[in-house]
Design a protein around this ligand. Structure first.
Ligand SMILES: Cc1cc2nc3c(=O)[nH]c(=O)nc-3n(C[C@H](O)[C@H](O)[C@H](O)COP(=O)(O)O)c2cc1C
Length: 369
């Protein structure tokens, strides 16, 4: 089941980086969701490789074909399958590395798990390429959520040591979230964005890579989504977020920083605002007891530096069973963070839709049309 996520809205991804295609099957999607194809294309374009010197030069159009579950411009309620064909695979780049384990990558663990039958080209099924179908799924989920005015958006909080401001987590403006979508490196402070771009280019020049942090917010969520303990909003989000390649940390609200506050500050005081119960601050990231409290759900995700780098590193040649060195060739992202932004948002949208369907059932969309 490792390639299937969700209980009510089930997302199944398939394919390999250098195989014929990658794709997704969406099961449990309610009928009657009108899909704007332009919006899905825009979401795919936000993740698409090969569009700037800040990303890999692998050039994929990421155009998709919907094979089922969609009729007369709306979802039918039956499984929706979409395929994204691979077109720009330079598999020869991987031939010399067939037996050389890339430090930080899955070559060793993938080989051990699948006994050498894994398609190692371009990272195979472990590749960041598998996040294209995830973004497709997220773009569909986002459109379902839009019917209830729910909005997911993100900014890059940091790349290496270049830092952006944080969201004002109790007062996040819808327009700010929407405008961030149009930036190559979505930041609240444009100067920070320039510093981040420079960090990426410097690492690239050094044949090295950098990582960073993405901060995401989900707005206009009703209180009451999620369950205590094992299906808490935090555990469901963390599950899918940690499934994304290169994610090494997830924190909600103030996260690890909340340990430095006293309770009198960390407790978000309840207030009444326009006849609604809200909290004056949002240090708990919109979640209490695993259940949304109606404030923005805010979380941060740590992305590690891209493992495939040109700098020479120590490794092992597992066919010869001897130590060796490796300098990774091929086309790689010097920093995964900018391309991961829509992936993180997609993951969040998938979980939110899953938990909405858990609470209200598929009939949830009937009264929205
Ligand atoms: C959008 C995206 C793009 C990625 N691009 C690359 C890349 O160009 N080169 C690379 O070595 N890893 C890339 N990765 C990361 C690897 O897939 C990942 O580090 C590897 O599978 C090991 O998994 P882990 O880092 O989660 O342990 C990318 C990940 C994502 C989400």
């Amino acid at each position: 089941m490792s390639s299937i996520f969700g209980r009510n809205f089930k997302v199944s991804i398939f394919g390999e980086s250098h195989g014929k295609a990658v794709g997704v099957v969406l099961d449990g999607l309610p009928s009657g969701i009108r899909l704007n194809m332009e919006f899905i294309e825009q979401e795919m374009a936000r993740r698409r490789p090969g569009k700037s010197p800040l990303s890999t030069l692998r050039s994929e159009s990421d155009s998709f074909e919907i094979l089922s579950g969609y009729f007369n411009e709306a979802t039918t309620g039956t499984p929706l399958c979409a395929v994204i064909f691979n077109s720009d695979c330079a598999s020869d780049d991987y031939a010399p590395m067939k037996s050389l384990l890339r430090p930080g990558h899955v070559d060793y663990t993938g080989f051990v798990k699948y006994g050498g039958f894994n398609d190692y080209r371009g990272g195979g099924h472990f590749s960041g390429r598998l996040t294209a179908p995830l973004v497709f799924a997220g773009a569909v989920a986002k459109q379902a959520l839009q019917m209830d005015n729910i909005l997911v958006g993100s900014h890059v909080k940091s790349i290496c040591h270049a830092e952006d401001e944080s969201f004002d987590s109790a007062n996040i403006d819808e327009n700010t979230l929407k405008e961030l979508r149009n930036l190559a490196i979505p930041v609240l402070n444009r100067d920070a964005g320039e510093k981040m771009a420079q960090c990426i280019l410097d690492a690239k020049n050094d044949r090295d890579s950098v990582g960073g942090v993405i901060e995401t917010a989900v707005l206009n969520l009703q209180p009451g989504l999620g369950s205590p303990f094992f299906d808490s909003m935090e555990s469901c989000l963390a599950h899918i977020l940690f499934s994304i390649p290169a994610v090494k940390g997830v924190e909600f609200g103030e996260g690890f920083n909340i340990t430095k506050m006293r309770g009198s500050k960390a407790n978000d005081a309840f207030i009444i605002d326009e006849n609604k119960i809200k909290t004056a601050t949002n240090y708990n990231g919109g979640i209490l007891g695993g259940i949304t409290n109606g404030m923005p759900v805010v979380f941060r995700v740590a992305i590690k530096p891209t493992p495939s780098i040109g700098i020479q590193q120590q490794t092992v040649d597992f066919l010869k069973n001897q130590e060796a060195t490796i300098s990774v060739k091929g086309r790689h992202d010097p920093c995964i963070v900018p391309r991961a932004v829509p992936v993180i948002e997609a993951a969040a949208a998938i979980v939110i839709l899953d938990l909405i369907l858990e609470r209200y059932g598929e009939a949830w969309t009937n009264w929205k049309n």
